[in-house]
Each structure stands twice: as structure tokens, then as C-alpha cells.
Design a protein around this ligand. Structure first.
Ligand SMILES: Nc1ncnc2c1ncn2[C@@H]1O[C@H](COP(=O)(O)OP(=O)(O)O)[C@@H](O)[C@H]1O
Ligand SMILES: CCCC(=O)OP(=O)(O)O
Length: 414
């Protein structure tokens, strides 16, 4: 048994560091470029006196406490920034949609700071949020999608802002806006859809963008096609997704906003009867309780912080409560990994651990100890979401892949 650790690129880091073992390859398929698309989408890009003909993509990843941004010229990272939003910045907005002008300004400031004109862009890609169940791929943003993201009919999460912000920027300069592998990617097998109570269906809501991007990289490092491999893929972020990935398809997962292990900010699966009693206690409105279990649950509800980094410091300094909470979170994550291994009939080529918490040796060492009997454990700290967004947009702009419509049809990008 061994653990592979690939340090993910931190934002702004150049791709040539010798410590990076996963090669970042530029896409090679310009020869397949459709000439109409080529004329329409390829821009002259002028920066610091040098003019190049290439496709520039703005990638936007709105998170619950941050907006992560990057501009790629083809697959070369030009600029990136993580803007952290304090609770005081975001708490003044009553609804998620009220944050749009504030976040939009943050995107525009990022472009201005880097002297980058949006007229030089070929496309904008935003993280796709809680939308209807969708197949994996790149979708062009359309009015129906914007409406679902704005109203939150499939749930409220900061990622819902991705399509909206991408569309706002793109429509100003008449270029397409995309989302890639949204949170609502659904590749469930039929038996994963039943909850155990008729009328309540399980939903696939997960960190599909990063989980797919990281698994593709690890498969390529192993030297085998992803569609021949079975992984248990675990994204350890503000929310936690533990998925059974069979031959490239995410066939079962705990719903990262609703089920499974508790996370830095989410309660995960709760004892049913006690939860029902709490709903009828009169202490909370429906909205308040949903907010509590999804944004102030998990580690936050026990320790008052969503930062596992802080919780870890406390545990290491002898705080017994912090130590117990982290031990319990590891316990639940490991149990879920074991469960997903059974979904794969025990045929597991490896366990992949990624997301912010994968930076933590404290957490990783403890999970690994519990699950390494299943096979190799691959650790990929952080996430590849911005790069995956740019890659998804470029695949359709370069004519390598048909763009998906929110209705489910595949078409050539217009
Ligand atoms: N080096 C680290 N050590 C311990 N915890 C970390 C480290 N880096 C990030 N984290 C924790 O990861 C969590 C956030 O994960 P991240 O993947 O960035 O979240 P999101 O899902 O919002 O993108 C936080 O609890 C943070 O404290
Ligand atoms: C709702 C599923 C996606 C998710 O949990 O994202 P974050 O960890 O970024 O909040």
C-alpha cells in the first residue's frame, strides 16, 4: 500500500515547478478546429506589448467564503486570484442572489488589476451550481439555467452564482458563457436513487468538477484510461462528497449538501426522529434550520469555526473537544469510503483524497490508516476547478466536444 501525494498548483503558481508530478498539458487539437468557430472565437490578445492569437477564458468559481478567478490563454494560466469574503461582507445580503453586484464587481476589479480587457476573451466559464440533474460535460448558459440558479429551486449554494456571473461578463462582450460538470451531475445507478421512503428521492449533488478533473489526472499518471478504473473519490472541502466512481461514472455519492459525513460546515446525515422533533420544536423556521445544518453544522456547530486548520491547532495544543470532533469527522469519512467500496463490489483501484482538507496531514494520515486496506491512496490537495472550467470551455470552443444544452441536447456551439 502506498500513498501518492501531488501538490496541487496553488493559485498564481507557475506550472513548471519540479514538485508538480501531474503534467499540465496544453490541449493539442487545434487541427480539429472548425473554421467557422475559429474565425468567430479566436481573438487577438494584446498584453504588455505582445500580441498573440489564442483563446482566452475567464474562469469564475464562487464559493461560500471566496470567489476564485483565473484567466487562461488556451491552457496556460495567465492570472489567478482567490478573493476571500469575510462573514461581514456576505451577511449583509439577505438572499444569495443579492450578492451578484458585489461578486461581479470583484470579477471586474480582478480584470482591471491585471490590465485585462474582457474584449480579449473568447468565453467565460463559471462553476455550475445546484441545477437540475445533468449529464457530465460543458453547458452553454441559457435563460432557463439562469432562472433555476437565481431562484434556487434545486437548492441554494454559492456555486449557483457561477452561471450568473459568467453570463453577466460574457454578454457584455457578446461571447458565450459556460458551466462545466456542475454540482448537479447525475450518473447514479437506479438503486442509488431510492432513499428508503417512497416520495423522498436521493439526489446526486457533489463536487463533480474537481472529482472528475482530479481522477482524470490520476488515471493519466497511472497510465490507464479512466473508463477502465474504479475509484472511491473523496472531495474534502467545506462540504464533503464521497463517491463510487465506476469506469469514470460517479454511480453513487452522499449528497454533499444533505447526507453523509459531517464536514467543516455541514451536519451530513442526522438521526431521523430527533431531527423531526427539532423541526416541530418551534425553535426555528424551516429556512433557519436548513441554514443551520448546511452552513453552520458539522465542525462549526461543535467548535464555532469552519476552519479545520484552526480546529487542528486546538487539537494539537491539547483541546480534547477539538480532538474528538476531528476524530469523529475522520470516523464518518472513513465509514463512507468503506460503504462506497461495497458499491464497487470491492473492485477498487484506489482511493482519491482531494479538496482543501487534503492539505492537512492530521486528517489525511488518520483517514489513510482506516482505508488503506482497500488499495492505493492518492492524495491531491486543493482543487483543480479553475483549470477544469477553462479546459471544458476550450473543448467546445475548439470543436473537440459538442456543447450541451440545459435541455440535455448536444450541439455545436453557436
Ligand atoms: N493546510 C490546511 N490544513 C488544514 N485544513 C486546511 C488546510 N487548508 C485548508 N484547510 C481547510 O479546508 C477547508 C476548506 O476546504 P476548501 O476545499 O478550500 O473549501 P471549499 O469547498 O469552500 O472550496 C477549511 O475547513 C480549511 O480550514
Ligand atoms: C453542494 C455541493 C457542492 C459543495 O459542497 O461545494 P463547497 O464544498 O464548495 O461548498
Amino acid at each position: 500500500m502506498r500513498t501518492e501525494r501531488w501538490p496541487a498548483l496553488s493559485l498564481g503558481q507557475k506550472c513548471h515547478s519540479s514538485s508538480i508530478r501531474v503534467p499540465i498539458r496544453p490541449r493539442q487539437s487545434l487541427h480539429r478546429l472548425h473554421s467557422r468557430l475559429s474565425r468567430h472565437r479566436t481573438r487577438q490578445f494584446r498584453y504588455k506589448g505582445v500580441t498573440t492569437v489564442s483563446k482566452c477564458i475567464l474562469a469564475i468559481n464562487p464559493g461560500s467564503t471566496s470567489t476564485k478567478l483565473a484567466i487562461y490563454e488556451d491552457m496556460k494560466l495567465l492570472f489567478a486570484k482567490t478573493i476571500r469574503h469575510g462573514e461581514e461582507d456576505l451577511n449583509r445580503f439577505r438572499r444569495l442572489a443579492d450578492q451578484i453586484p458585489f461578486r461581479l464587481q470583484a470579477v471586474k476589479t480582478f480584470m482591471e488589476e491585471n490590465g485585462f480587457d474582457s474584449a480579449s476573451l473568447s468565453g467565460v466559464a463559471g462553476r455550475g451550481g445546484l441545477l437540475k440533474p445533468l449529464q457530465s460535460g460543458t453547458y452553454e448558459v441559457c435563460e432557463a439555467m439562469l432562472e433555476d440558479a437565481r431562484t434556487g429551486v434545486f437548492g441554494e449554494h454559492a456555486s449557483n452564482l457561477g452561471s450568473i456571473l459568467a453570463f453577466e461578463i460574457a454578454s457584455e462582450v457578446g461571447i458565450p458563457a459556460f458551466i462545466v460538470d456542475p454540482v448537479g451531475v447525475d450518473e447514479f445507478i437506479p438503486e442509488a436513487r431510492l432513499s428508503g421512503f417512497a416520495g423522498i428521492k436521493r439526489k446526486s449533488q457533489l463536487h463533480a468538477l474537481n472529482m472528475k478533473a482530479v481522477s482524470r489526472k490520476i488515471a493519466s499518471e497511472i497510465g490507464r484510461p479512466l473508463d477502465e478504473l474504479n475509484f472511491v473519490v473523496v472531495h474534502l472541502g467545506a462540504g464533503i462528497s464521497v463517491a463510487a466512481q465506476k469506469r469514470g461514472k460517479l454511480i453513487d455519492v452522499n449528497n454533499a449538501d444533505n447526507e453523509g459525513p459531517f464536514s467543516p460546515e455541514r451536519a451530513g446525515t442526522l438521526p431521523l426522529k430527533q431531527l423531526i422533533s427539532l423541526c416541530y420544536s418551534g425553535k426555528y423556521t424551516e429556512k433557519e434550520l436548513i441554514h443551520l445544518v448546511t452552513r453552520r453544522g458539522g465542525v462549526c456547530s461543535y467548535l464555532g469555526t469552519k476552519s479545520v486548520m484552526d480546529a487542528e491547532e486546538r487539537a494539537l495544543a491539547g483541546d480534547a473537544e477539538a480532538e474528538l470532533v476531528l476524530r469523529a469527522m475522520v470516523h464518518q469519512i472513513a465509514k463512507e469510503i468503506g460503504a462506497m467500496a461495497t458499491v464497487l463490489d470491492g473492485e477498487v483501484d484506489g482511493v482519491i483524497l482531494t479538496g482543501g482538507l487534503a492539505h492537512s496531514d492530521y486528517i489525511i494520515v488518520r483517514i489513510k490508516k482506516r482505508v488503506e486496506f482497500l488499495g492505493n491512496v492518492y492524495v491531491f490537495p486543493g482543487e483543480e476547478e479553475l483549470e477544469a472550467l477553462a479546459a471544458g470551455a476550450l473543448r467546445v470552443l475548439n470543436g473537440e466536444e459538442l456543447v450541451l444544452r440545459y435541455s440535455g441536447q448536444r450541439e455545436e456551439v453557436r
